[in-house]
Design a binder for this molecule. Structure first.
Ligand SMILES: [Zn+2]
Length: 373
């Protein structure tokens, strides 16, 4: 707007206002004298001054308003900017933290998995090693047991062979002078003709005498004496048929547990002392206690007039043992019912060695020699 036009406008407006005011005063107060009209110069100057002041004030107010508006806008913009920056920073921090946490979790999971895998591998290795060690130990134990069993079997076989060889040797050595030395006083006259070879005797097939198992009450150690060694102290287990004497240890220990040849002199004596007689058949008890059978490898049993009898012998010897009943008072002729007794008969010389079976001597001699033809 042209300032001149503005000033002109304002001046015109002032004149109109002034005229109307004057007119109104004149009409309201007819009595008062009309005020002298202000000089035209003063009035205009005032108006101009006021207008300028107002314009200035308006301009200042507007400028202030604008400045405030701008300041406010600036502040808001700045606050917004800061908020955005802050939000962005927070988001970044959060993202960073999450990424780091994720990374750590992954690293931990990996480490855990590796540790577990290592642990499992170690456990498996340990288990495998143990299984292998066990297997090896078992294999070794088996091999050892087999080796030991083989060794024992060989030792046993050798001992048996040795014992048999020795027994045979002894029997042979004994065979010739047996009849004469066993009981010289009662031996039949052997004289010069007594030397027929044992080869003239036909030995029958027969098994060794086997013994029944004794009751458990006899399965314990007894103190005893060795009648063949000045009654030296020995320890005996009758149920096991075992003894600590030299004869048993050297010649009998390797024989089967139920073989009558295990009965050393100490054992037969002990069996009598503990009253084990009822555990055996009468004829078997007789053969066992007589002591003859422990040096004879065979036993031939047979019946005579309904009575059980037995002949113990060894193919290396011409002297056999007879276990038979003897006559007792009241027995019918040729039918003895007395106790069993042991006798010895020399097959080579056809003669009894030692005690003869009384009135049954001829009958028994005939029966025995019949077995060896
Ligand atoms: Zn003994």
């Amino acid at each position: 707007m042209d300032p001149l036009l503005l000033v002109g406008g304002l001046l015109a407006w002032f004149v109109i206002w002034y005229v109307r005011d004057r007119y109104s005063e004149a009409s309201d107060d007819k009595t008062s004298a009309p005020l002298p009209a202000p000089s035209k110069t003063v009035t205009e100057a005032n108006a101009k001054q006021e207008a300028e002041a107002k314009a200035k004030a308006d301009a200042e107010a507007k400028a202030k308003q604008e400045a405030e508006a701008k300041a406010k806008a600036d502040a808001e913009a700045k606050a917004k900017q800061e908020a955005e920056a802050k939000a962005k920073a927070e988001a970044k921090a959060k993202a960073d933290a999450e990424a780091k946490a994720k990374q750590e979790a992954e690293a931990k999971a990996k480490a855990d998995a590796e540790a577990k895998a290592k642990q499992e591998a170690e456990a498996k290795a340990k288990t495998d090693a143990e299984a292998k060690a066990k297997q090896e130990a078992e294999a070794k134990a088996k091999a050892d047991a087999e080796a030991k069993a083989k060794q024992e079997a060989e030792a046993k076989a050798k001992a048996k062979t040795d014992a048999e060889a020795k027994a045979k040797q002894e029997a042979e050595a004994k065979a010739k002078p047996a009849a004469a030395t066993k009981n010289p006083a009662k031996a039949p006259a052997k004289s010069a003709k007594s030397a027929p070879a044992a080869s003239g005797i036909a030995y029958p097939d027969a098994p060794p005498l086997t013994l029944p198992a004794l009751p458990d009450k006899f399965d314990k150690e007894y103190q005893g004496k060795d009648p063949l060694n000045n009654d030296a102290p020995v320890t005996i287990n009758p149920a096991q048929m075992s003894c600590t004497c030299d004869d048993f240890q050297k010649n009998r220990a390797s024989l089967p547990a139920d073989d009558a040849r295990r009965a050393c002199a100490c054992i037969t004596q002990k069996l009598t002392q503990i009253r084990a007689k009822s555990c055996y058949e009468p004829m078997v008890w007789c053969a066992l206690i007589s002591g003859h059978q422990r040096d004879l490898s065979r036993l031939k049993t047979f019946k005579l007039n309904g009575s059980e009898m037995g002949v113990g012998f060894d193919p290396a010897s011409p002297v056999c043992a007879l276990y038979a009943r003897v006559m007792k008072a009241g027995d019918a002729k040729g039918k003895p019912s007395g106790d069993y007794k042991a006798f010895q008969y020399d097959l080579a010389n056809n003669a009894w060695v030692g005690d003869e079976p009384g009135e049954m001597a001829a009958t028994y001699a005939k029966r025995v020699t019949a077995l060896f033809r």
